[in-house]
Every structure is written in structure tokens, then in C-alpha cells.
Ligand binder design. Structure first.
Ligand code: MLT
Length: 202
């Protein structure tokens, strides 16, 4: 997998797992990570599925319709990659906070849906429900921040609401920032994400 690893100055701060949106690269979310915690270490991974040349983390059959088999396979691939890469770069695997946007938020959500508390927390920006009809693992106390747009045509508000219910049902502590916006990231949600992150982890 193509990725960037940057060790932060302080080994005790979080390792941000950065996961871009469809058509993005591992460079996209670097500025966002800096806006949330400039001290954090960074592991930014490029999705290794190509949709007409656009990187993604798993295949989809149509917009909003995920290839479930590929989702499960790619989630395991990412999970294994995190475990081996943490050893290679000697960072604390237990100290990882995902920051994912759109397709990247969906694979981050899928990590939680399939591997439980494998992340210390997650910032999900414009996520959808990664997979329906499965029993979720125990997520008791896991802090999750969700940024969503009330007029997001790609990740409709009802998807966000379903995701919140599912995560809360598994015990996660979910905080949501709604903006009267579409699918684009807003400064407001990143500012809220930073405030949430500081409250949780500092
Ligand atoms: C997806 O995973 O397909 C997204 O939520 C939408 C996108 O990335 O375009």
C-alpha cells in the first residue's frame, strides 16, 4: 500500500490514520491533521482499489452501493497493514485515531464494525453506514466524532442518523456536528473536531 508515515515530536500523542475520499491521495488530509493536532504522528494510506483511476479503499457497485465482499476483504487488508506497519515504524498501535473523509470515513467505520475497539477513536467526516445487517462488536466508551452535512447528496442525512444509532447501540460515545452544507468539508466541522479531540485525548 502507498502511504506516508511521519513521526510526531512527542511519541505519546496520537497516531492519526488518515483516509482520503474517492479520487484522493495520501496527501489530501495532511493539512486537516495539522488543524486538529500538529503534534500527532501520521500514517496516511492511499486506497489501493482503482475506480477508473480514482483511488478508493473498497469497490462499489454503484454510488452508495458497496461491494460487501470487497469491503470485508479490504477492511482486513487495512487492519493487517496497521498491525505490521506499527511494528515496522515502532509506533503505538493502541494510540491510533482515524481521520477519514467520505470513502475514507467508510473504511474507518468498517474497521470499527468488524474489529471493534481497534482504534482509540475516530473522526468520521461525511460517513455512511459501511455495512448493514451484522451484529456490531462491543464499542463501549469508544469516542467517535461525526461531521455531516444536512444537504449532503452523497452521504444523505438519514445514513448519518442510522450510523449514529448503530454506533451508539454498540456503546460508542458519539458526538455529531451538523452543518447546513453538502459533501464538502467545512472549517466549522474541523474546528469542532479539534475541540472534541482536545476534550477526549488531552
Ligand atoms: C463511498 O464510500 O462510496 C462514499 O461514501 C462516497 C464517495 O466516496 O464518493
Amino acid at each position: 500500500m502507498n502511504y506516508i508515515f511521519e513521526q510526531g515530536n512527542d511519541k505519546n500523542t496520537s497516531v492519526f490514520l488518515l483516509l482520503h475520499g474517492t479520487g484522493g491521495t495520501e496527501r489530501d488530509l495532511l493539512p486537516i491533521a495539522g488543524m486538529i493536532d500538529e503534534q500527532a504522528s501520521i500514517l496516511s494510506v492511499r486506497g489501493n482499489v482503482s475506480e477508473n483511476g480514482m483511488p478508493r479503499y473498497f469497490r462499489r457497485l454503484a454510488e452508495g452501493v458497496f461491494d460487501e465482499e470487497d469491503l470485508v476483504f479490504r477492511t482486513k487488508e487495512l487492519y493487517d497493514f496497521l498491525n505490521t506497519t506499527s511494528k515496522e515504524h515502532s509506533f503505538d498501535r493502541e494510540n491510533m485515531v482515524a481521520v477519514g473523509y467520505s470513502n475514507g470515513a467508510n473504511i474507518a467505520g468498517s474497521l470499527l464494525f468488524h474489529y471493534g475497539k481497534t482504534l482509540k477513536g475516530a473522526i468520521l467526516l461525511h460517513p455512511m453506514v459501511p455495512r448493514r445487517g451484522i451484529e456490531l462488536p462491543d464499542l463501549t466508551g469508544l469516542p467517535v466524532f461525526i461531521g455531516a452535512g444536512t444537504n449532503d447528496p452523497i452521504c444523505p442525512a438519514s445514513e448519518t442518523e442510522d450510523l449514529i444509532e448503530l454506533l451508539k447501540g454498540a456503546g460508542a460515545e458519539v458526538e455529531v456536528c451538523w452543518a447546513d452544507q453538502g459533501h464538502q468539508l467545512t472549517r466549522e466541522e474541523i474546528t469542532k473536531a479539534r475541540q472534541w479531540y482536545e476534550k477526549q485525548f488531552h
